[in-house]
Design a protein around this ligand. Structure first.
Ligand code: ATR
Length: 287
């Protein structure tokens, strides 16, 4: 549908932003649901999160996705923040209800929905999480929320220890931690049911990297990579070769977008169309 004088506007703020898949994915979703809505990418420099909240109210922008470097900075300027986003300390979706701005974190819920869509049961099972950065936080909280026995391994072990302690305290869960190396992986992986990569190892242009040696992967594992460019990372290709089940980063990208779509529109998201659009876009850029 061509934009009109009545078009409702949504968008994404971040920097860099030009490679975001969200405009294609969300505009395809609006079109598929016959909504006169448009979604645009705004390149917004660090330090301008507060201005964006004023702009949202002044321009009547219905929804924003929020990405690096604003996910944490925007929190104090919202009228309410969902409990889960508050716990994670980061917001990636804002809904504007007549000038009242509500913040959510759909990364965490998107991750859980991707697991559900693949029938992965995380509760009371050992889960190894590789990485301790921003992406790891949302994943760690959602896994602890599901009752997983979490082990956080990171190249810089101090960051793994800090995240583990924080999640353990906030969720009343037992969380182990260590260095992301072959020794720790060989200690934890044999009994693990789920391995999640939140590091940037394997992400384009470093497509020859994998955060885990191939020989440690086994058929009892589900391996989930949040990297979506390329779609089949070296880690996921190794996992398939070793008989493990795989969940692609595209799944999580699509589910976090689907939940944002539902928060803004109140409609069920056309998930298959959103996924097809992202896949098409990734094929176009060579993912
Ligand atoms: P994000 O918000 O995307 O998680 P980040 O906060 O910069 O980004 O975190 C990147 C994560 O990838 C970190 O856990 C980082 O490990 P360090 O804490 O040791 O820096 C991890 N990482 C990046 N490149 C890596 C590599 N080549 N091997 C292993 N871990 C890597």
């Amino acid at each position: 549908m061509r934009p009109s004088g009545r078009s409702v506007v949504c968008g994404i703020i971040g920097d860099p932003i030009e490679h975001s898949m969200s405009p294609s994915m969300q505009n395809a979703a609006f079109e598929a649901t016959d909504l006169d809505w448009v979604y645009v990418a705004f390149r917004v420099a660090k330090g301008s999160a507060e201005s964006c909240t004023h702009a949202m109210r002044a321009l009547g922008i219905r929804g924003l996705n929020v990405t690096v470097p604003h996910k944490i900075d925007i929190l104090p300027f919202l009228d309410s923040v969902d409990e889960r986003a508050l716990r994670i300390g980061a917001v990636n979706t804002v809904v504007n209800d007549n000038g009242m701005l509500h913040g959510y974190n759909t990364d965490a819920e998107g991750f859980v929905r991707a697991l559900d869509a693949h029938g992965v049961e995380a509760s009371h099972k050992p889960v190894v999480l590789m990485g301790a950065g921003g992406a790891a936080r949302a994943v760690a909280y959602s896994l602890a929320d599901r009752g997983a026995q979490l082990v956080i391994l990171n190249r810089t072990p101090e960051r793994a220890a800090a995240l583990a302690m924080e999640v353990a305290e906030a969720m009343g869960a037992m969380v182990s931690h260590g260095t992301l190396d072959e020794d720790s992986l060989s200690e934890w992986l044999p009994t693990a049911s789920l391995l999640v990569n939140t590091t940037s190892a394997g992400m384009s242009p470093n497509i020859d990297q994998s955060p885990c040696p191939e020989h440690l992967l086994h058929p009892g594992l589900t391996v989930c990579d949040i990297v979506y460019n390329p779609r089949r990372t070296l880690l996921l290709r190794h996992a398939t070769a070793r008989g493990a089940t795989t969940i692609e980063g595209v799944d999580m990208l699509v589910w976090q977008g689907a939940i944002a779509f539902e928060l803004w529109t109140g409609l069920r998201a056309p998930v298959d169309i959103m996924r097809a659009t992202v896949e098409e876009e990734l094929n176009r850029v060579g993912g």
